[in-house]
Each structure stands twice: as C-alpha cells, then as structure tokens.
Design a protein. Structure first.
Length: 193
C-alpha cells in the first residue's frame, strides 16, 4: 500500500500519475512495474478506503481500480470518488474479470470512464489510459476556457450595468433640464404678455 514505482533515472512525466488499486499483491506489483516501464508514475494501493484517503491528500491524473476488492468493493469506492467534489472528475478505469460483463456494465453505470478485462494486454491498457488522460486534459482546458469566458461575461455585465446607470442619470438630467426649460419658457411667455 502506498508504494510509488517509477523507472530508475527516468524523468517523471507530467499528467501521468496513476493510482492503482488492487487487493492482490502480485497483480498490484505486476501492474505497477509494467506501467512504470511504459512511462507512468504509479502509486499502489491495496484497498478502497486507503485509496480514498490518498485521493484526498494527493492529486492523481487517473485511477486504475479493481472491481473486486475485499472489504469496500471497487464499485463502492467508485461511488465515493464520484460523490466527492475534489475527486469527482478524475478518470477512473475499472478492472473487471474477463467473464464479468455485468460488472463492466455496472461500473460504467456508476461513472467509470472505461473498463478493461483481466488479464489484459499492457499495450491496450496503456492506449486506454492515454485516451482517458487526453480526454481529461481536453475537458480541463474547456473548463478553464469556460471559466475565463464566464469571468469576461461577468465583467462585461458589470460594465453594462455601470453604463446603464450613467445613461439613466443622463436621461434623468435631461428630463430635469427639459422641465426647467419648459418652466423658463412658460415664465418668459408670462413676462412677455
């Protein structure tokens, strides 16, 4: 639990930090070692509650989560990940047994971004991870762009509100001046008579 693996002397790739959760120590070590060789920085975890704690204390780019965990299941862990604002948008790739198509459907229904059946080909796993990371980056960029646009819209709305206020004041001044002129014209007519 909580072990980090990375290739010796390798520079850590940004946007490729993966939390791997599997209660089988052999699977966990093999997955961690193979993903490290593929250039991912992995943190290994053996149960759902520990994974949730790690997700609260550290940012990960993706979670590779086994469906069948002892104690708190992978689905229950996934539900917690999706229910917590800090982790709700982290891509989650569920690992299911090859014969568990119902589990894959349930995982996707609970909010998993994808699933992979064990035993899996690591090149296929890496391709799925890369696709999810690219999609997550794109969504993140879109959110930042939307936030920038929202801020610009707010600024423009405030400017328009200020302009509207100045216009209302100018119209009120104009109405007062028009009333004053009308009163003066009335007085001049009175004097001229």
């Amino acid at each position: 639990m909580g072990e980090t693996t990375a290739p010796a002397g390798a520079e850590r790739a940004t946007g490729r930090d993966i939390l791997v959760v599997d209660d089988n120590p052999t699977n966990l070590m093999v997955i961690g070692r193979r993903l490290s060789r593929l250039g991912f920085c992995t943190m290994l975890c053996s149960d759902g509650p520990a994974a949730l704690d790690l997700l609260q204390s550290r940012a990960f780019d993706l979670v590779l989560l086994d469906m069948k965990l002892r104690g708190v299941s992978g689905l229950a862990t996934l539900r917690e990940i999706r229910a917590t604002p800090r982790t709700a948008d982290i891509p989650v790739l569920m690992m299911t047994a090859r014969s568990d198509s119902g589990g894959a459907v349930a995982a996707l229904a609970e909010g998993a971004d994808d699933h992979v059946a064990k035993p899996f080909d690591f090149d296929v796993l890496a391709a799925r991870i890369d696709r999810l990371l690219i999609r997550a980056r794109t969504v993140s960029e879109l959110r930042r762009t939307n936030a920038t646009l929202d801020a610009r819209i707010t600024d423009r709305a405030m400017e328009l509100g200020e302009i509207r206020s100045l216009l209302d004041e100018a119209l009120a001044d104009r109405a007062r001046l028009a009333a004053s002129l009308s009163a003066m014209e009335h007085q001049m007519r009175q004097v001229a008579l």
